[in-house]
Design a binder for this molecule. Structure first.
Ligand code: ADP
Ligand code: MG
Ligand code: MG
Length: 869
């Protein structure tokens, strides 16, 4: 079995086997780009390593040895020749990029003899010892888990004693001294001397990279991003090139487009005389990539040309790592760049316009979850004018966040558990901070640039981040941050704007995002491709406006009980419910009629010829009744009855299991006058709106909780009679439809009969899940967590439709319904209507539309287009 692939043997399609890094290094090698030679040990080896009790096996040893010989020949250096030493990096690389999650070791191969050889050979002993001290620290950290703080403390002491600001001010004496001290730390912490044999160093490093697949932060990252734990990481061994050889050397990272906005322009940073992680770790604040054009014009132009070539080749925005050694450019990595949702949309649209991808590919490139991010609010512009600006850093990941400041992952997590919105404030972040970042609304760092750990991870998580806010002096020990003359303590309120990089005191009001430009173009393409109609659930004119602005094609569910709960109306509703006689009830219903008609009229006028489905009253009546004593007293007074009498009446309406009680159309069987009032309000509202707007309005009246065709027939006849009365009174008629919800299993299996009485079905999948499983929606949370922990019933059937069971009911009902009523319109309302996976199912069984909450509409539209492509 082949465990090891030379760069010349791989290609970009082999990400699963070689990891993203290894596959792309192979691809770039074969494109003829300047890549330091190397080889990749496969992800299968990593899995095998865990299966084999965590040791390397003979076949792997042999293949590594043979690849090493080729590598030594290719670069003309050797592991066994201290005068001309081969140095390599040992790099992790999983199939899906996990930035900062796994560990990389640089300068491997150095030892006490070869460091002298390297010094002699390069005539640059400072560089040689700088490389050695870095290697000892990385090896100790990655392979032996020696805390970095031990080394950093020593380094800080040396820098402080000499008054240095930066690492590259260290002299040869400092560095030789550091190497000695580092080796002593290594010995003290591990009980072993620092390994001198390069092959031994390599074997240990390979094992450490394999093991890092299962370190805590890697496991957490995979859980958050839904990546399988069984893939393993590849290990890439690559000959070193050196950005720390002096001022004609350097290292950097650049994106081919702006990862925050999508703008087509090189975006990145570099540092001269630096190695590897120096840029990403935010140790010195790096220079903008544009400056490279002044510092080294030829290298800049070569890099720019390669960047364009790579973007064309991969047909996507690239994130490229490079190093310059003595004026010569090398590429060390390329991958599809992580980007914000806004940038993702902009880049997809631009790439399609540039002809690199098709419109369909552009639509497939955006994950439905990313759109969610785009719809997040920003700070209210007026509130911003009044806010106290403290400082400005780099707008590293857009979004607006206000919260209480905390200085460590542990404190941030604890505060979030207590329900506080958190802003994580750190000098810089490292992979250990992932959990803290997850717990925060936003992240503020004092150090680091646009490609720092904080910036990259925040963009990936869709969290707002301001990085490199140098004005903020952060004391993580004492939990304070000082900005000019303002001192903030743990728990104080702070607001950050991840687009502008501004930092404000206190909290700031927010507003909904305005979506235009590339987003509209993108959504236009989505609309061209999607098949399912997407409507919104909306209960008020305000909801309707929001739904329309998010592209809803109508209202699929207007819940009338929400109109009843309005504070001015609830007293009338209560009097109506507690009426002793039909006449009394009709009197109150007449009052409610005017109010409901007004709502419907406004909503129909906003929608014009777009459809609206209105569901008649569904919840049990006692939900509307007062519980507070003061309310009861007031009600008794208004109704002229005694408090005791009123309480007895309320008690008599109490139900043990209201979810299965006197609700939905069952109410209308007892009190037809309630539904008649609602039907009248809908039709009258529609007539007025039609006259006002000149549109043809076709109200859709929906009867909930039907379980039987005769029941529906009875309720429908009452409604139709009322509508005929309205038409006669007004001497006008308008078209209308009457349909039903299918949410009770019995209704689903008798749909052939029910469809004879219905113009449309709307699947109420929330109730259908509740009744199909026999899980109370309001109580299931408690025990479904157990199910989830034990791997039962995944995913939660209230979040994503249970295709196997409830889905079967939907499918059967659709089939039976259309058999007897071929024109039957079929839709879904409820949470599942906004869930991409459920949408794929609904589309596959031939439904006509889904309806979901307004802010899920763009997501549902995208999901609907993606299943159609
Ligand atoms: P990560 O996955 O965390 O980005 P990498 O394997 O890309 O880790 O390594 C981190 C950095 O180390 C790279 O960006 C690069 O600057 C440096 N590096 C890795 N391999 C080499 C090499 N062969 N020569 C010089 N620098 C290297
Ligand atoms: Mg990298
Ligand atoms: Mg229901």
């Amino acid at each position: 079995k082949q465990w090891v692939y030379r760069f010349s043997e791989g290609k970009k399609e082999q990400k699963m086997l070689l990891g993203g890094k290894g596959a792309n290094l192979a691809e770039m090698t074969n494109l003829g780009l300047p890549i330091p030679p190397g080889f990749t040990i496969t992800t299968e080896s990593c899995i095998h390593y865990f299966d084999e009790g965590r040791t390397l096996w003979p076949a792997l040893h042999q293949q590594i040895d043979s690849a090493l010989v080729d590598l030594e020949n290719a670069v003309g250096k050797s592991f066994h020749d201290p005068a001309n030493p081969l140095l390599v990096s040992v790099r992790s690389g999983a199939a899906f990029s996990m930035p900062g999650m796994m560990d990389t070791i640089l300068n491997l191969g150095l030892n006490d003899a070869s460091v002298a050889g390297l010094a002699e050979q390069t005539q640059n002993p400072t560089f040689a010892f700088d490389s050695y001290r870095r290697f000892i620290q990385m090896f100790a950290d990655v392979v032996k888990s020696v805390p970095r703080i031990h080394f950093e403390a020593i380094l800080d002491t040396v820098k402080n004693e000499n008054g240095y600001e930066f690492d590259n001010q260290l002299t040869l004496e400092d560095l030789t001294d550091l190497v000695a001290q580092y080796k002593a730390v290594y010995q003290r912490e591990t009980g072993e001397t620092f390994p001198q044999e390069p092959l031994e160093q390599l074997h240990q490093a390979v094992q450490a990279v394999f093991s890092s697949w299962n370190n805590e932060r890697a496991v957490l990252y995979r859980e958050i991003h839904n990546i399988s734990h069984n893939l393993g990481t590849a290990v890439t061994v690559q000959s070193m090139v050196f950005g720390n050889r002096g001022n004609d050397s350097g290292t950097g990272v650049a994106f081919t487009r702006n990862p925050a906005t999508g703008e087509k322009k090189l975006f990145g940073e570099f540092l001269m005389n630096a190695q590897g992680e120096d840029v990403v770790a935010g140790i010195r604040t790096p220079l903008d990539i544009d400056t490279l054009e002044e510092v080294m014009p030829a290298v800049y132009n070569e890099f720019k040309a390669i960047a364009e070539k790579l973007e064309d080749h991969y047909a996507d925005m690239q994130d490229i790592e490079f190093t310059i050694e003595k004026g010569k450019l090398y590429l060390l990595q390329t991958r599809n760049g992580k980007r914000t949702a806004a940038a993702a949309v902009a880049v997809a649209v631009d790439l399609a316009d540039e002809g690199l991808i098709t419109k369909e590919e552009a639509v497939m490139r955006i994950e439905t979850g990313q759109l969610d991010q785009l719809l997040h609010p920003t700070f209210d512009t007026k509130a911003l004018d009044e806010a106290a600006l403290l400082a400005t850093g780099l707008g590293a990941s857009p979004g607006a966040a206000s919260g209480h400041i905390f200085f460590s992952t542990a404190d941030a997590e604890a505060a979030q558990k207590d329900g506080l919105p958190v802003i994580l404030v750190r000098r810089e972040t490292s992979p250990e901070d992932l959990a803290g970042m997850m717990s925060s609304e936003g992240i503020l760092t004092a150090r680091g640039g646009m490609t720092s750990h904080a910036a990259v991870v925040a963009r990936g998580l869709g969290k707002c981040c301001v990085a490199g806010c140098t004005a903020a002096v952060i004391d993580e020990e004492n939990k304070t941050v000082v900005i000019d003359d303002v001192t903030l303590h743990q728990g104080d309120l702070l607001s950050i704007d991840g687009a502008s990089g501004r930092v404000y005191a206190g909290t700031i009001a927010k507003q909904n995002p305005t979506l235009g430009g590339k987003f509209s173009t993108f959504m236009d393409w989505v609309n061209e491709m999607k098949v399912l109609q997407v409507k919104a659930n909306a209960d008020s004119p305000t909801d309707v406006k929001q739904a329309l602005s998010l592209g809803a094609e109508g209202v699929g569910l207007c819940r009338t009980e929400h109109m009843f709960f309005h504070k001015d109306r609830i007293p009338v509703v209560r009097q109506m419910i507690l009426s002793r006689t039909l006449d009394e009830r009709k009197k109150y219903l007449a009052e409610l009629l005017g109010m409901q008609r007004q709502d419907f009229q406004e909503m129909f006028a906003l929608l014009q010829d777009r459809p609206m489905t209105v569901r008649l009253l569904d919840p049990p009546l006692h939900e509307f009744l007062p519980t507070a004593d003061a309310d009861k007293v007031a009600l008794a007074e208004a109704m002229g009855s005694s408090l005791a009498g009123l309480e007895a009446h309320i008690d008599s309406l109490h139900e043990v299991n209201p979810m299965l009680g006197h609700r939905g159309c069952r109410l209308a069987v007892t009190y037809p006058e309630i539904y008649r009032m609602q039907a009248r309000a809908i039709i009258e509202g529609a007539i007025i709106a039609a006259e006002e707007t000149g549109s043809t309005i076709t109200p859709e009246i929906m009867i909930p909780l039907v379980c039987d065709a005769d029941e529906l027939r009875y309720v429908k006849a009452e409604i139709v009679a009322e509508i005929e009365e309205v038409f006669a009174e007004k001497a006008v008629t308008i078209p209308y439809l009457i349909g039903t919800m299918i949410e009770i299993p019995r209704a689903a299996v008798t749909s052939d009969e029910i469809a004879l009485e219905a113009d449309f079905f709307s699947f109420g999948t929330n109730d259908m899940t509740q009744m199909g499983f026999g899980f109370s929606r309001d109580d299931a949370g408690k025990f479904l967590q157990e199910y989830e922990d034990k791997g039962l019933l995944k995913p939660n059937p209230f979040h994503s439709l249970d295709v196997k069971g409830i889905g079967k009911l939907v499918k059967l009902s659709a089939k039976l319904g259309r058999e007897t009523n071929p024109g039957l319109v079929l839709g879904v309302c409820g949470e599942h209507g906004g869930d991409p996976e459920s949408i794929a199912f609904f589309s596959s069984v031939g439904l006509d539309y889904v309806s979901c909450s307004p802010y899920r509409v763009p997501i549902a539209r995208l999901a609907s287009a993606q299943v159609a492509i």
